[in-house]
Design a protein around this ligand. Structure first.
Ligand code: GAL
Length: 438
């Protein structure tokens, strides 16, 4: 799908430039407007899921240092995003200016932006279109141009603009207006700033946000630290499988520069977050969550305390072969290609013509799952190689469907590549191994 879209690279950030892509998109979908940014989903860290508004300069510096020391930065985690709570004042914007809290951030936000930039990373910040933000700090209402200028002057690279508390019931036209206003204000700056529209997936935001220049938008309410919580936790929070299910059918709205956002990662929270509800998930479940977010091209912002990740969580988060799926330049989004109750198969094509395949077992017992490139991908693949992206192992050559054991709540992720066929076009079956992978 993404291959059908063109994107304006190196656009220059001045002016209001809308791209006319309509001819290559389905008629009902307005053309995305590109600021030339987020051509692959943003990957990094965000302060909210673990710390809530209890953030400060020292935490951010220590987190940057930790991400460099533990290999996260080099695995692709370059965004370091301050969420709500960096502001000085609580209360309405009409009564207070928007300033950083000098007690929490004694050297200011530009100091942190410089600190990040000097280390090859980027800094993100948070605001909202209301008088106040979700946590009650001053918002940007009526001061959008001024705030965009201020963020740009600080060297900010990413803005999470959160309307789900201030405009929960607003009609679509009003929502479009507030995001258009901030998008225009950001695009008027010399500095490129990625725009995240956080509106909990309400107002069918995926249908119109891309056309306003928004780079990613949440498709659901806040994630909770749960893999599969029965029901809808506190009638608001979505667990991992809820978020996943919510995205089915929305794939066509996502692509380079404009992504469906399944909310921040919960890997490593282990039910101990200061902020997020939830009792935590098992190592396998967190790994499954990570694999799924990579497959569906969601932004991947780690919410855990990166200074204290255990070995398993770090190994999960720094699997470069899985991150490469998320960052694949074609920007395709995995589709659910098979749904057999608790057993589901997701697949996507990658830029080099290979395919990523994920076998998900939502059930309570280990299952044997089968995958057929011909039937499931509708690709006439006679002979293909398989690589297991968690075992980091080539599994051999196949010319029949392959089967794999998948534990309860596990996702196995494979990259399969078509191999040449013989001169007469028939598959070379004598090279094939058994059709079962370990
Ligand atoms: C919520 C948002 C969270 C976090 C919080 C900050 O609306 O969904 O991700 O940003 O506000 O107050």
């Amino acid at each position: 799908m993404a291959n059908q879209k063109q994107h304006c690279r190196g656009l220059g950030l001045v002016g209001l430039i809308a791209m006319a892509f309509a001819s290559t998109l389905p008629a009902a979908q307005p053309a995305p407007r590109s600021n030339g940014l987020a051509l692959t989903p943003p990957v990094g860290w965000s302060s909210w899921n673990n710390f809530g508004d209890d953030i400060n300069e020292q935490l951010v510096i220590e987190s940057i240092d930790a991400m460099i020391a533990n290999g996260m930065r080099d695995a692709g985690y370059v965004f370091v995003n301050l969420d709500d709570g960096w502001q000085r004042h609580k209360g309405a914007r009409k009564d207070h200016p928007l300033e950083y809290d000098p007690k929490k951030f004694p050297r200011g936000i530009s100091y942190l932006a410089d600190y990040a930039h000097q280390r090859g990373m980027k800094l993100g910040i948070y605001s909202g279109p209301g008088q106040t933000t979700c946590a009650g700090y001053t918002g940007s209402e009526g001061h959008e141009a001024e705030d965009a200028r201020m963020f740009a002057s600080w060297g900010v690279d990413h803005l999470k603009y959160d309307s789900c508390c201030s405009h929960r019931e607003a009609p679509k036209e009003e929502l479009q207006k507030i995001f258009r206003t901030m998008s225009n204000a950001l695009m008027s700056q010399q500095r490129g700033i990625v725009l995240h529209a956080c509106h909990c997936g309400w107002g069918d935001i995926w249908e119109w946000a891309g056309a306003l220049g928004v780079n990613h938008w949440r498709i659901g309410q806040d994630i909770s630290d749960d893999f599969n919580y029965p029901g809808n936790r506190e009638q608001y929070y979505f667990d991992v499988l809820d978020q996943l299910d919510r995205g089915v059918g929305l794939e066509k709205y996502s692509g380079p520069g404009h992504w469906n956002d399944y909310d921040m990662l919960i890997v490593g929270l282990d039910g101990k977050s200061k902020q997020l509800v939830g009792t935590g998930a098992s190592n396998i479940e967190y790994r499954t969550h990570f694999s799924l977010w990579a497959m569906v091209s969601s932004p991947m912002l780690v919410g855990a305390d990166v200074r204290k990740l255990d070995k398993y969580s770090l190994e999960t988060l720094t699997n470069k072969e899985v991150i490469a799926l998320n960052q694949d330049p074609a920007g395709n989004v995995a589709h659910k290609v098979r749904d057999d109750g608790d057993l589901e198969v997701f697949a996507r094509e990658l830029a080099d013509g290979s395919h990523a395949v994920l076998l998900l077992n939502r059930g309570a017992a280990t299952a044997t799952m089968t995958f057929s490139p011909r039937a499931d991908l509708q690709v006439p693949m006679d002979r293909y190689s398989i690589r297991d992206l968690w075992q980091h192992r080539d599994l051999g050559t196949y010319d029949i469907p392959f089967t794999a054991e998948v534990q309860s709540h596990e996702a196995r992720v494979f990259r399969i590549r078509q191999l040449s066929t013989s001169a007469n076009g028939r598959s070379v079956s004598d090279a094939a191994e058994q059709g079962s992978v370990q």
